[in-house]
Write a protein that binds this ligand. Structure first.
Ligand SMILES: *Cc1c(COP(=O)(O)O)cnc(C)c1O
Length: 226
């Protein structure tokens, strides 16, 4: 199926989820996760109307960036090694995986002059040991500390839900939204924290019902080639 047809289907599901949750679909940003597909398929997504591209591996992300460049808004969604920050900081627009002080330090050190890097703080809401992310109870102190790194803007929170039935992930998404609201209410100038990056192919509908503003959709939108 073409990306265009899949996108139309996904947009229909987003409209329905928004109607149920009393939200407006214009507030939902679709990040097309292109890690499983070629540059051509990523370009097809852009031609179909996609604006945001997400990659979780730097090498692959940079390959696509070289071909596509500023025709897209770039999201780094994977685990980010500090030593690789310098290779990506001027190319990616968002980092979804800020999860430790050493990474914040490096982003702050490497960011181009006057660039505020838009970061989501990744939270381990499910408490699974295999998952990276700040523990929920550490989120507020962690974000307060980010004031020490002026090149970082905390735009929101991100989570990866456990891989279980969509309906069972609802409490984790809800917990992330509550945390986001808590941070937002602090009105920290370095951390407006208005966004929620949550929901993937299997659970984006539930994520939207629970407040997601960025959904990261790979296989069900662009398919899987590798
Ligand atoms: C791969 C990936 C996605 C997209 O996964 P799909 O299930 O294919 O939609 C979303 N977020 C992150 C962090 C990923 O690594």
């Amino acid at each position: 199926m073409s990306v265009k047809d899949r996108l139309q289907e996904i947009q229909g599901l987003i409209e329905d989820a928004c109607a149920r949750a009393n939200r407006e679909s214009k507030d939902i940003n679709i990040v097309a996760v292109t890690k499983y597909v070629s540059i051509d398929r990523a370009s097809e997504a852009l031609n179909a109307g996609i604006v945001h591209i997400g990659e979780n591996r730097l090498e692959e992300g940079l390959n696509k960036w070289k071909a596509i460049g500023d025709k897209a808004v770039w999201h780094f969604i994977g685990n980010l090694q500090s030593r690789k920050v310098k290779d990506m900081i001027d190319k990616f627009d968002y980092i979804h995986s800020l999860d430790r002080k050493s990474l914040a330090k490096e982003i702050n050190k490497r960011a181009p002059v006057n660039k505020k890097m838009k970061c989501f703080v990744q939270v381990n809401v499910s408490g699974e040991e295999s998952k990276s992310g700040v523990e929920p109870e550490e989120v507020i102190p962690f974000i307060k500390d980010m004031a020490n790194y002026p090149a970082i803007e905390v735009v929101g929170l991100m989570t990866m839900a456990p891989f279980i039935e969509a309906e069972e992930v609802r409490p984790y998404f809800r917990r992330l939204r509550e945390l986001k609201e808590e941070v937002e209410s602090l009105q920290l100038s370095h951390a407006p924290c208005k966004e929620l990056s949550m929901g993937m192919s299997n659970d984006f509908v539930v994520a939207i019902e629970e407040g997601a503003t960025f959904v990261r959709i790979g296989s069900s939108l662009v398919g899987k080639e590798k």
